[in-house]
Design a binder for this molecule. Structure first.
Ligand SMILES: [Fe+2]
Ligand SMILES: [Fe+2]
Length: 195
């Protein structure tokens, strides 16, 4: 079978869906390679800072790695701005959606809201509310989000820091993305509960 016969999903057969499933499995397994390509594109995204967005992400991930953080945290920091290119108005949510199957709920939440927590460092200069993060004051991960931004984001624009190259992080990325956690109800419904 090269392609399925159906033009409407409701007409597909079990054999056709098994065929598609095998192809999709291979495509999904190549996700880390596509992430690496998307990260490379951050080198030509937002301008005006003293380093580009890829370098900013590498600097943060390097700081996390040198601080002895977990693989999940290193990857979360590495990818936290991957949404800048295609989701400039909601880049935090895009990064969080990519990370969601592979990291804890806590890290997912931190990345999803890091844009709001970052506002503390600049919003008052632009007519905004730097304390916007206070809307999450009662969240158990509030302080963790503050720490994430303080240690691995707001301070990662230094052109003199000796960050590791993207290739350094590829094995870590592949380890973290090797096994989805299947904590999300939609994924559990689709793939079945992990053993
Ligand atoms: Fe960001
Ligand atoms: Fe950032």
């Amino acid at each position: 079978m090269q392609t399925v016969e159906f033009t409407r999903m409701e007409d597909g057969s079990r054999e056709e869906y098994e065929f598609l499933d095998r192809l999709e499995g291979g495509y999904t397994a190549r996700l880390p390679g596509r992430i690496m390509e998307a990260m490379q594109k951050l080198a030509t995204s937002l301008s005006g800072y003293r380093i580009n967005r890829l370098e900013h992400c590498l600097q943060g991930a390097t700081r996390a790695q040198r601080a002895g953080e977990s693989d999940e945290m290193i990857v979360a920091v590495l990818l936290h701005d991957i949404g800048d290119e295609l989701a400039p108005h909601s880049h935090s949510e895009m990064a969080a959606a990519i990370l969601r199957p592979f990291v804890s709920e806590k890290l997912y939440w931190i990345v999803k809201h890091h844009g709001v927590f970052q506002m503390y460092y600049y919003a008052h200069h632009c007519g905004g509310d730097r304390n916007c993060r206070e809307m999450y004051r009662d969240n158990p991960w509030y302080q963790d989000a503050i720490d994430f931004c303080h240690n691995y984001d707001q301070n990662c624009f230094d052109p003199d820091y000796d960050w590791e190259p993207l290739e350094f992080f590829e094995p870590i990325l592949r380890r973290v993305m090797a096994t989805p956690k299947l904590e999300d109800p939609e994924q559990i419904a689709r793939y079945g509960k992990a053993e």
